[in-house]
Design a binder for this molecule. Structure first.
Ligand code: ATP
Ligand code: MG
Length: 337
């Protein structure tokens, strides 16, 4: 047993709603200083998992510890240094952003009030701080949610799909913000339904499908375990195809309009490049196929996807508006203790 206390340690988390097992024996360890992605399609159990981690709902089985403390057993005390929100942050719409933060700071106590200016500046809302939140765009509300979280001076931030519903510029800003917070030493766990986002932001990830974690680890290991695809362009594709056929560890060779593609591990690719050159084949391009991670995600999560009209999986490509939400849950919950 190691004595290291991790920001998040969950063991055997289960949550059932009637006949649905929303979260099915989930184990998670999030180490300090990482940005951890919790990736899955709609309905996979991301929000439910985060709710349990934040102590907002009680697991049917298993337990979660944040910095070694159980939010269900210890309540607010376990959430010291922890902040975040699920689905969407909640504010008083008829009050300004600053007034909302002031009220939250009063609830949080301590020196939270001293952090308001910094928090607003960090999320780039200083200029709009006196505007009523009801006039805020979705992206501004998400950023204000992060500002509210920052009042707690968190060491751990849990964010439920922070970029969903944002336009490309809003997504970019939010991702930059997450990166900046991580660079400041905050451990971040974020859920997402976009593999590309997790790839861009996260050091480690768990892929969840129908409540179960079907992969947990690093991105590189994920690719390695499944075999990455590469695209190859050469001065002599016919000769290159022969070399590929004789190279051990290379599979699924395809000839396309703009060259060849194949599946192989990174180590094999290095050997292959030498073999090609030794056979007198010049390389004009040898690049990982960019779509592979996204394809992989589809493959891994496909069965859990709701069928789209075209019959193909819609995981990760669903428009934000199509996401289900309703009742109180749609208002979101912010962790305030
Ligand atoms: N309060 C609830 N009552 C009944 N069923 C629920 C409740 N909360 C979640 N579920 C069910 O649990 C499953 C997981 O839902 P959850 O909201 O955790 O998924 P998600 O991964 O966050 O999805 P999304 O990407 O759409 O936000 C779904 O089948 C959902 O209908
Ligand atoms: Mg959700």
């Amino acid at each position: 047993m190691s004595a290291v206390v991790h920001p998040i340690e969950a063991r055997g988390l289960v949550k059932r709603y009637d006949h649905i097992t929303a979260v099915d024996h989930v184990d998670l360890t999030v180490e300090a200083g990482t940005v951890y992605g919790y990736l899955g399609p709609n309905g996979a159990g991301k929000t439910t998992s985060l709710r349990m981690l934040l102590g907002l709902i009680r697991p049917d089985e298993g337990s979660a510890r944040l910095f070694g403390r159980d939010p269900i057993e210890e309540g607010a005390a376990a959430l010291e240094g922890v902040a975040g929100f699920v689905e969407a942050p909640r504010f008083y719409p008829y009050l300004s952003a600053r007034r909302n933060l002031e009220l939250m700071a009063t609830l949080d106590g301590g020196d939270a009030g001293d952090r308001i200016d910094d928090a607003l500046a960090t999320v780039d809302l200083t200029e709009r701080e006196d505007d009523k939140v009801k006039g805020y765009s979705h992206g501004m509300r998400q950023r204000l949610g992060i500002a509210a979280a920052l009042l707690r001076d968190p060491r751990l931030l849990l964010l439920d799909e922070p970029t969903t519903g944002l336009d490309p510029a809003g997504m970019r800003d939010m991702r930059q913000l997450v990166r900046r917070l991580a660079a400041d030493g905050i451990t971040v766990m974020l859920s997402s339904h976009l593999m590309t986002e997790v790839e861009e932001l996260c050091d480690r990830l768990a892929i969840v499908r129908s409540g179960r974690v079907i992969y947990e680890g690093g991105l590189t290991e994920l690719l390695r375990s499944t075999g990455q695809r590469y695209r190859l362009r050469t001065t002599d594709d016919r000769r290159a195809a022969e070399v590929l056929a004789h190279q051990g560890g290379v599979g699924e060779v395809e000839q396309g309009e703009d060259g060849l593609s194949f599946a192989a591990d990174e180590g094999i690719v290095a050997e292959l490049s030498i073999a090609l050159v030794e056979s007198g084949v010049g390389l004009t391009a040898l690049v990982p196929a960019a779509a592979s991670l996204e394809d992989l995600f589809f493959e891994l999560t496909e069965d859990a996807a709701e069928p789209s009209p075209s019959g193909s999986g819609s995981v990760g490509r669903t428009r934000p508006e199509a996401r289900s939400s309703g009742g109180a849950a749609a208002l979101g919950e912010q962790v305030r203790s």
